[in-house]
Design a protein around this ligand. Structure first.
Ligand code: NAD
Ligand code: UDP
Length: 314
């Protein structure tokens, strides 16, 4: 069994990853400063002997011995990462330097949760890993996009300079239970609005596209990438290639919840990418991975989660 560090482990993706690793019997240390999550996401793991939670800010060094490190710490939704953009950039960059430092010292494999945002508002569609992206360096999304791009640079320089064992995944929009209800992401916003019978807030005309991956599929991709030999370092796109417009997503959620909500149009935020769809040929080839959960199936589970959450609060 391995000793595994998960930074950002009490967040949406991190909590699912910790749960999976703990159930396999690994010794898991979850580091999180609870900036965008609370401990409730990992509460059910606290009684497990092979799980430990430590409140720590990853912009500060941490010392420990690990076989593997998953670096997920970073606010991920526009609402959260724009709240304190300087801290967002620091988290990506100082966080990367700190986890890479541990990996360099201990020989651990280190996984970086990078993002489709490194492609910015893409001029190539669908996006493949060889595309360098179209990112505004001074816009309101830049703290996240450029922070993640620089983290990738650090990962590859540590690999070239110090032979650090790296794995870089570029994650596309992912959804599922334990998404933060107030982080403004489209799936959680629309489900909550539909369940409450409130207006569904379409930004722009709703013709922009995204491709939504269910969380279980994504975590299986993380584990497959981490298990590859040292020759596979990425970056590798992980996401669901089935693309939907935001209006189509809204209509599916209204149907699945039998909601009476109406669609309303609000201004499109600046730098909002017009289309996004992963090319996952590399993940298919190197990891034998592709997503299995259909949007409707995943939405039903996510709707169930938010329905229970809303009922527990009322
Ligand atoms: P999340 O906000 O739920 O989780 C992020 C976690 O990191 C939170 O628990 C937060 O408290 C913690 N954190 C933030 N700053 C920290 C710091 N300085 N020190 C320690 N902990 C800190 O977001 P998520 O959706 O679970 O995303 C996890 C990772 O995956 C992020 O790095 C994100 O950029 C990446 N990602 C997610 C998606 C997605 O669709 N969910 C897409 C692309 C990339
Ligand atoms: N969006 C929307 N209504 C909302 C929240 C988001 O129309 O209430 C749109 C948003 O403008 C973007 C897409 O949905 O085009 C996905 O937004 P999200 O914040 O989930 O992720 P990202 O933009 O980072 O892909």
């Amino acid at each position: 069994m391995k000793k595994i560090l998960v930074t950002g482990g009490s967040g949406f993706l991190g909590s699912h990853l910790c749960e999976n690793l703990v159930s396999q019997g690994h010794d898991v240390l979850c580091l999180d400063n609870l900036y965008t999550s609370d401990k409730r996401n990992v509460e059910h793991l606290l009684e497990c002997r092979n799980f430990e939670f430590v409140r720590h800010d990853i912009t500060l060094p941490y010392y420990g011995e690990f076989d593997e490190i998953f670096n997920l710490a970073c606010p991920a939704s526009p609402v959260h990462y724009q709240r304190d953009p300087v801290q967002t950039t620091k988290t990506s960059i100082h966080g990367a330097i700190n986890v890479l430092g541990i990996a360099k010292r201990t020989g651990a494999k280190v996984f970086q949760a990078s993002t489709s945002e490194v492609y910015g508002d893409p001029e190539v569609h669908p996006q493949q890993e060889s595309y360098w992206g179209n990112v505004n360096p001074i816009g309101i999304r830049s703290c996240y996009d450029e922070g993640k791009r620089c983290a990738e640079t650090l990962f590859f320089d540590y690999h070239r300079q110090h032979q650090t064992r790296i794995k870089v995944a570029r994650i596309f929009n992912t959804y599922g239970p334990r998404m933060h209800p107030n982080d403004g992401r489209v799936v959680s916003n629309f489900i909550i609005q539909a369940l409450k019978g409130e207006d569904i807030t379409i930004y722009g005309d709703g013709s922009q596209t995204r491709s939504f991956c269910y969380v279980d599929d994504l975590i299986s991709g993380f584990l497959k990438l981490m298990a590859t030999d040292d020759g596979v370092i990425g970056p590798i796109n992980l996401g669901n290639p089935t693309e939907f417009t935001i209006k189509e997503l809204a209509k599916s959620i209204i149907d699945l919840t039998n909601s009476t909500s109406r669609l309303i149009s609000l201004p499109l935020p600046s730098d909002d990418p017009k289309q996004r769809q992963p090319n996952i040929s590399l993940a298919r080839e190197k990891l034998n991975w592709s997503p299995e959960v259909k949007l409707t199936e995943g939405l039903i589970k996510t709707i169930d989660y938010f329905d229970t959450l809303l009922k527990s609060k009322s």
